[in-house]
Write a protein that binds this ligand. Structure first.
Ligand SMILES: [Zn+2]
Length: 95
């Protein structure tokens, strides 16, 4: 049974799911599943099958990642003394 162009592309997109983006804000640029520069071939196949612009799709996924400021806050939080953290908390609570 012959597939239409759209059916064929939908099937390809379903067979090859995109990989999650690496955390570029932490300095990673490799696909977490394949260890090759992201977007890896699998991810590109999925995007192409869905008719997405690769550059645009890549930018959108990277924009959706938590920003480095959040990551630094989390890392710094863990090093704070409870007393120090308390004073920071009261400043933040004033907002
Ligand atoms: Zn991958």
């Amino acid at each position: 049974m012959a597939l239409t162009e759209t059916e064929r592309l939908e099937r390809i997109a379903r067979l090859v799911p995109p990989c999650p983006p690496p955390n570029v804000h932490e300095g990673y640029d490799l696909c977490p599943l394949h260890g090759v520069p992201w977007p890896c071939p699998d991810t590109q196949v999925n995007w192409l099958a869905r008719g997405l612009d690769l550059v645009e799709a890549q930018r959108k996924h990277i924009d959706a990642l938590p920003k480095s400021a959040d990551l630094f806050l989390t890392a710094a939080d863990m090093e704070y003394d409870p007393a120090e953290d308390d004073s920071v908390g009261s400043v933040g609570g004033g907002m």
